[in-house]
Design a protein around this ligand. Structure first.
Ligand code: ZN
Length: 255
C-alpha cells in the first residue's frame, strides 16, 4: 500500500510539475510576444544607408529596415529597390499613432501597402505639402478627412499587403513632400487608383523630420506640449511603452 501510494503521489507530482512547466512556458512565450524591442537598428551588415547620425531616445521601437536600406525586414535584398520608408518592429495589434497633427487624406487598402493611412501636416516654408504614410496596418481607426492630433491612434501594426515581406509585423512609415496636397503618398497607389491621380509626391528621409532635430528620434509624450509651428516635425509613429525591453545584443530575434 505504501509503495502504491508513493508511486501514485510521484505520478501526481510529476503531472503537476509538467502542467506548471507548460503553463510557465505559455506565459513566457505570450509575454515575449508583447514585448517591443527598443533602441536597435538591424543593419544586416550594411553601413548606415542614409548618412544621418541617429540618436535614439528611450523606448523607441527597433528599426528592422532603415530608410534607403538595400535590405528587407528579414535581411534579404529588396527586390523593389532601396527602402523608401522606415520599418518599426512591433507586435500585431500594437497602436500606430499620428506622427503629428494633421488631416487624414487617405485611409484605404492598397495591394502593396495593405491597410494604409496618409496624413497631411500642412505646408513647409517653401509652400510644399508635407505628409506621412502608415502602411501594412492590421486595422485602420481613421477616416478620410478626419483631423488627428499628434499621438492619436490611427490604426494597429499588422502585416497586410503584398509588400509586407518576411512575416515580420512592422509599421512602414513614410514621409512625403509634394507641391499639391493630392500628390502626397500616391507612390503606393495601384494603377487603377492612379488614373485620376498624378503622382508627383517625393518620398523623403524621415530622419530629416524628427521633432527634436535631424536624426533625433523621440517618442510621443502625452504630457509634453508640442508647438503647432512644428507640425511637419514628427515623433515616433508607434506607441512607446514605459516598460520595454532594451535590445543590447547585436541581432534581433527575427520571429
Ligand atoms: Zn518598409
Amino acid at each position: 500500500m505504501i509503495i502504491q501510494y508513493t508511486s501514485f503521489r510521484q505520478n501526481y507530482l510529476s503531472k503537476r510539475l509538467l502542467f506548471l512547466l507548460t503553463l510557465s512556458f505559455f506565459f513566457i512565450s505570450c509575454s515575449h510576444n508583447n514585448i517591443i524591442e527598443t533602441g536597435h537598428i538591424e543593419r544586416h551588415g550594411e553601413k548606415n544607408p542614409h548618412g544621418i547620425k541617429l540618436t535614439i531616445g528611450n523606448n523607441v521601437p527597433s528599426i528592422v529596415s532603415d530608410y534607403n536600406s538595400r535590405y528587407s525586414t528579414f535581411g534579404s535584398i529588396r527586390s523593389r529597390g532601396r527602402h523608401t520608408g522606415l520599418d518599426f518592429k512591433a507586435p500585431i495589434g500594437h497602436p500606430v499613432i499620428a506622427a503629428s497633427d494633421g488631416r487624414v487624406i487617405r485611409a484605404l487598402y492598397l495591394s502593396c501597402g495593405g491597410n494604409t493611412v496618409y496624413i497631411t501636416h500642412g505646408r513647409d516654408k517653401k509652400g510644399n505639402y508635407i505628409g506621412t504614410g502608415y502602411t501594412h496596418l492590421d486595422k485602420i481607426f481613421a477616416n478620410k478627412g478626419q483631423l488627428v492630433k499628434r499621438g492619436e491612434t490611427i490604426g494597429t501594426v499588422g502585416i497586410t499587403g503584398s509588400c509586407a515581406s518576411g512575416n515580420v509585423p512592422h509599421l512602414h512609415f513614410l514621409v512625403f513632400k509634394a507641391n499639391k496636397k493630392y500628390h502626397l503618398g500616391c507612390a503606393y497607389i495601384s494603377k487603377n487608383h492612379r488614373k485620376d491621380l498624378p503622382c508627383k509626391g517625393k518620398r523623403m528621409n524621415p530622419h530629416e523630420f524628427w521633432y527634436d532635430g535631424i536624426g533625433m528620434m523621440s517618442c510621443f509624450e502625452k504630457h509634453k506640449i508640442y508647438t503647432n509651428k512644428m507640425r511637419a516635425r514628427f515623433t515616433i509613429p508607434v506607441e512607446c511603452l514605459k516598460k520595454m525591453h532594451k535590445v543590447t545584443n547585436t541581432k534581433l530575434n527575427r520571429n
